[in-house]
Write a protein that binds this ligand. Structure first.
Ligand code: GDP
Length: 323
């Protein structure tokens, strides 16, 4: 699908499953290559010598129409034959890698070893799956999210998958972030954006690492494009994952208003769910514009509708500024 010249240039910041769903909705509105999705790489890690990029792959498979609808991650209908064989050898297999999914990791790892950048590789994989949107890693340099818990400083996958995000998180670090360089296409996309969307992703381990890439936040703030965020918290709970528990343990209000307060310095419009409409006044009191709609994405139609709503509030904000 190729977009007309009058469709907006959109940059979406995304983590994994929640972010991928809205990114898919944005793609479904027909933005084509005018959509750039900047994805967290702080969860990347190495397993069996393979470079795994969980969030990038979730966005890749979702935009490519291959994602497993039950989990939101992995490839639909994938098998676990390799995973089971590793188990036969007595290997502790707490991180599940499907057979088709492994093809992505094998290809990526080989190309990284040959000196290609993660950006180039993900661009080619996206093209291979017929994706028109630009899939952009937040950086090509290694960044590793670590979580301080009562059980010590945990690697992201140790915390998230192995320990099933059961630990209270007291502090978060992004190892390597100071040396991480902003890829040129990410900076350029921000400079020329008409709307910047912060997807309903985990604020602390999906959105924060992206914003922490040196220069990214400054480029976003310098861009004339309004920044519209969709709350990942609905009715005081996360749709999935540890966002609500993290809000609490890190000392924030566990609500869409708590997320808005956390985002207040860089977000212009906060999209909150209809069930949270009573919080609209609290969000406005932070100096933000608030927009209320149904934000639970259970179907492709839901994704598209939320994306269209998000673009419309971005457009209104742009017009209000121009006027
Ligand atoms: P992860 O890396 O796979 O955990 O994915 P993300 O960080 O992108 O997304 C996790 C967040 O997305 C959680 O806080 C969820 O509450 C939120 N989320 C997931 N699905 C939806 C949805 O349909 N609507 C909204 N508003 N939030 C969602």
């Amino acid at each position: 699908m190729s977009a007309g010249d009058d469709s907006p240039r959109v940059v979406a910041l995304a983590g994994g499953v929640g972010g991928a769903k809205l990114a898919h909705g944005l793609a479904l509105t027909g933005l084509g290559e005018r959509l750039s999705v900047v994805v967290n790489t702080g969860d990347d890690f190495t397993l069996y010598g393979l470079h795994i990029s969980p969030d990038l792959d979730t966005v890749l498979y979702t935009l490519g129409g291959l994602a497993n609808p039950e989990t939101g991650w992995g490839v639909a209908g994938d098998t676990l034959i390799t995973h089971e064989m590793l188990g036969e050898y007595g290997i502790e297999t707490w991180f599940m890698l499907g057979d088709k999914d492994l093809a992505t990791h094998i290809l990526r790892t080989e190309r990284l070893r040959n000196g290609d950048s993660l950006s180039e590789i993900m661009g080619d994989l996206a093209q291979g799956l017929g994706i028109n949107a630009r899939l952009l890693p937040m950086t090509d340099d290694p960044v590793a999210t670590k979580l301080a818990t009562d059980a010590g400083l945990l690697d992201f996958q140790e915390y998230f998958v192995r320990r099933r995000h059961g630990d209270d998180v007291h502090r978060i670090e992004f190892d390597g972030i100071d040396a991480a360089r902003l890829p040129e296409p990410v900076g350029a996309a921000l400079d020329s954006a008409d709307v910047i969307v912060i997807c309903p992703s985990n604020p602390f381990v999906s959105v924060d690492p992206i914003l922490a890439v040196p220069g990214l936040r400054e480029r976003m703030l310098a861009s004339p494009a309004p920044v519209v965020a969709v709350s990942p918290i609905i009715g005081g709970a996360a749709v999935k994952g540890p966002a609500a528990q993290m809000l609490a343990s890190l000392g924030h209000d566990v609500s869409a208003a708590g997320v808005a307060a956390y985002y207040r310095e860089f977000v212009d419009v906060m999209v909150i769910d209809t069930v949270d409409k009573n919080l609209a006044g609290d969000v406005e009191a932070l100096g933000m514009t608030v927009a209320v709609t149904d934000t639970l994405m259970q179907s492709d139609a839901d994704r598209r509708a939320l994306a269209a709503f998000t673009l419309e509030v971005g457009r209104s904000q742009r017009l209000a500024r121009a006027g």
